[in-house]
Design a protein around this ligand. Structure first.
Ligand code: FSO
Ligand code: SF4
Length: 556
């Protein structure tokens, strides 16, 4: 196997024997085969769409397939094999759609698509998982199955692929709520199909920025979907302790899963706790109205083995990041949606959470109330806009000197303590905006207020990077300047491919001087990195002392 798609790549270069994430070589091969299948489907779907045909099956399969190959999502060979087989059917049906649409328009036989023929070739029905693994082993990142690559074109194609995976994850969440956009599918098909062709570095850089542009659109659609379905987030307290009684812990990003579970547990005497990226759910009116949404339990995803082991109830994981479940809680953890682990019970599309509820009741839960502090969440763009006058006044009067966006993913790299230290060292006249699971590095610290504005504002989940962009654009408008001229610095922590998508969106917006850590991606070649440095001023994080000095000047 070879995989270097996330920040934890082994030895800083890539995982070759087993993923640091827990992905074994068979799962890695199946994921490579699935990505290959997505490209095959995309080749036909993009041609069919050019001719005006709709390709709903391809749209769905590509969204689900890409999400399944994102870090810490699907570790189950059976489920991956199912997706690969379904993808083969969809590839065949999309090919038929292309051919029939062509014939109806031109009255002629549609020309074969060379790369697609290669991608579809030699497929035997009834292949076993072992056969699929053997096939996938020949299709890894370095296989050059679509022709030779240079170090730079491969780097850019992987950058594009990972951005598309992130986009697919956000699109999946919007689709669950009934929102999408056909133009987005069209772009995904075109982009994936183009990865099977030889392209120049310049063309691939443009395509990567286009991924950023479309990903921003997808995050906007998701923001609209969340707001229209669950109301707009409002600053809300989150209790970090626990209440006596049966309990269910819900992790991941899927707000609809949480809503359905809250509905199904109403009046049953079970308290529901958020975990990881589910914390900001507490700010949505249609979710916070449930009085048995009791609080948040535990920290970021990489602490889950410890947190889940200690949790005395059932656990539901709705999306990434899933880690290998320990035996101690294998009987009380459930997955749903895109996440899966072999032998962990999976709740299917019916979203009937009865097994989770029964397990929670069987386990009895917390024997007594647990004390805990209360923190705030819910500073999404609409909530911040409501206090925009105060914010602008505070900047004008010098009460707020600078804004720091310290956001992104958390992870195991010890260098991530930088983000805690940075948050602590930021002077009292500066505001810290945060989002995604990286916030757990400092979200239970007391940063006080500036006037009646809290110094730490939790914007939400990683997809709420869209909200952060809206806040920055509104500030830029108020001060009649560009985002780059604002007293705002972005210090981002990345881990998986959604963060890659977000980074491309920020670059598409022309946002410069982003500090990125804890380590740079292994898939970015030296030349591509130089392009990012020269064009966008991207820099790796340094020490807290040096970075603060560079941002605020020596008078800090
Ligand atoms: Fe974190 Fe995991 Fe939200 Fe990621 S839980 S690391 S960017 O999947 O999605 O921030
Ligand atoms: Fe390694 Fe990350 Fe790939 Fe997992 S996703 S195999 S940790 S590079």
């Amino acid at each position: 196997m070879f995989c270097y798609q996330c920040e934890e790549k082994a030895k800083g270069t890539g995982c070759t024997t087993r993923g640091v994430c827990g992905k074994d070589p068979d799962v890695a091969a199946l994921q490579d085969l699935l990505v290959f299948q997505m490209k095959g489907i995309a080749l036909y779907a993009s041609k069919a769409r050019e001719l005006g045909a709709e390709t709903p099956e391809a749209d769905t399969l590509i969204t689900e397939g890409l999400f399944a190959t994102t870090t810490n999502v699907n570790f189950d060979p059976e489920r991956l094999a199912d997706l690969i087989r379904r993808a083969q059917d969809v590839k065949e049906s999309t090919r038929r759609t292309y051919k029939e649409t062509y014939r109806k328009k031109d009255g002629d036989q549609a020309p074969e698509i060379k790369e697609a023929t290669a991608a579809a070739a030699q497929w035997k029905p009834g292949e076993t998982i072992k056969d699929l693994v053997a096939r996938g082993e020949k299709l890894g990142i370095k296989s050059e199955v679509f022709g030779p690559e240079t170090e730079d074109t491969r780097a850019l194609k992987e950058l594009i692929t990972y951005g598309l995976k992130g986009m697919a994850a956000y699109l999946h969440h919007a689709r669950v709520l009934g929102y999408d956009d056909r133009k987005v599918y069209g772009f995904m098909h075109e982009a994936l199909a183009s990865l099977t062709t030889q392209q120049s570095v310049d063309d691939l850089v443009s395509l990567a920025l286009k991924v950023g542009e479309v990903n921003l659109k997808v995050m906007e659609i998701l923001d609209q979907a969340h707001n229209e379905t669950f109301g707009s987030p409002e600053p809300s307290p989150v209790f970090l302790g626990a209440k006596k009684g049966p309990a269910i812990l819900v992790s991941g990003h899927d707000l609809m899963d949480l809503y359905l579970l809250l509905k199904q547990t109403e009046g049953k005497g079970i308290n529901i706790y958020t975990h990881g990226e589910m914390l900001p759910a507490r700010a949505y009116p249609e979710l916070k109205k449930f009085t048995h949404l009791a609080g948040n339990y535990g920290g970021a995803w990489q602490d889950q083995q410890k947190d889940f082991e200690a949790f005395p109830g059932a656990i539901l994981v709705t999306t990434n990041c899933l880690q290998k479940p320990r035996d101690s809680y294998k009987n009380n953890i459930f997955t749903t949606g895109p996440v899966a682990w072999p032998e962990v019970r999976h709740i299917g599309p019916s979203k009937d959470f009865t097994p989770v509820i029964e397990k929670a009741l069987e386990m009895k839960g917390f024997p007594e109330d647990l004390d805990g502090k209360t923190i705030l969440t819910g500073f999404a763009h609409r909530a911040v806009m409501k206090v925009a006058d105060k914010v602008i006044e505070a900047v004008k009067s010098g009460k707020i000197r600078h804004f720091f966006l310290i956001g992104g993913c958390d992870g195991r790299n010890p260098k991530r303590s930088y983000y805690t230290e940075l948050a602590k060292a930021i002077p009292d006249d500066c505001v810290i905006l945060t989002l995604a699971c990286g916030k757990y590095r400092f979200n239970n610290l007391d940063f006080g207020t500036i006037g009646d504005l809290p110094r730490l504002m939790d914007i939400g989940q990683c997809n709420d990077a869209y909200s952060a962009v809206q806040i920055a654009l509104a500030l830029a408008k108020a001060f009649d300047c560009s985002v780059n001229d604002l007293p705002l610095s972005l210090v981002i922590s990345w881990y998986e491919q959604k963060a890659v998508g977000i980074l491309l969106s920020l670059l598409y917006l022309g946002i410069k001087d982003i500090r990125l850590g804890p380590s740079l991606p292994a898939f970015v070649s030296p030349n591509v990195l130089q392009v990012l440095v020269d064009t966008f001023g991207i820099k790796p994080i340094s020490t807290v002392e040096e970075d603060l000095k560079a941002i605020l000047g020596s008078d800090r």
